[in-house]
Write a protein that binds this ligand. Structure first.
Ligand SMILES: [Zn+2]
Length: 219
């Protein structure tokens, strides 16, 4: 594992990149997925805080969209936190349910409409796709053997994205955005992995490596 903080400090002419971490739910779309033993809200809250700690050690500034696990924040407001912070990247954390197993990354590939607003811009779409490719590759490389790779997918392949054209958090984002479905909680294999502290640590480390790859090495 290479030391991202050394890279950040060595390049003193660049400002410290800000990363916005968005632990999903509760929001206007509800409380999200549940497994037999844990919930999406809990998993992504714990992983988000572990990721924040790692990124700050590596020299990033981090903003979070929530300050407490049970805090209700609408998805539009979550995007506005990233916009206000001028984040280099917004990382949205979720867990899925369904018949699949593994980790997936979603990026906006076209504009959508939410609350009468069309977005994101073509520039945000292009940068999200470019950074999303690098982010996804680094993420699944770090988690090989632990979580299966469900691929890099367009927002429109998600339930809300299919209806709107893009996810609400993408429509309102003025910064590059990726949404990670960390695992599938209805998969017994995935739940057994993510319920452990070591599983959450492994995902947080992999996410930090993916941020490094996307923010520092994407050009
Ligand atoms: Zn979710």
């Amino acid at each position: 594992m290479w030391d991202g903080s050394a890279r950040l400090r060595a390049d003193s002419t660049s400002p410290t990149p800000t990363i916005c971490i968005d632990p999903g739910h509760p929001s206007e779309v509800g409380r999200g997925a549940s497994g037999k033993h844990t919930t999406e809200i809990h998993v992504v809250w714990v992983v988000a805080n572990k990721l924040k700690t790692i990124l700050e050690k590596r020299g990033y500034r981090v903003v979070m969209t929530k300050t407490a696990e049970e805090q209700f924040v609408r998805n539009r407001a979550r995007a506005e936190v990233a916009n206000h912070a001028h984040a280099a990247l917004m990382v949205r954390l979720h867990c899925d349910s369904g018949s699949e197993s593994g980790i997936a990354v979603f990026v906006p590939e076209k504009q959508g409409v939410s609350e009468g607003v069309r977005g994101p811009t073509t520039e945000v779409i292009a940068s999200s796709i470019r950074m999303g490719k690098v982010f996804h590759a680094a993420l699944v490389k770090s988690l090989a053997g632990s979580l299966a790779d469900r691929g890099l997918r367009p927002d429109a392949a998600s339930r809300v994205g299919a209806r709107q054209g893009a996810l609400t958090g993408s429509v309102f984002s003025h910064v590059p955005v990726v949404l990670v479905e960390i695992c599938v909680l209805s998969s017994p294999h995935d739940e057994r992995f993510i319920i452990t502290d070591s599983g959450k640590n492994a995902v947080a480390r992999a996410l930090a490596n993916a941020v490094d790859a996307a923010v520092l090495k994407h050009d």
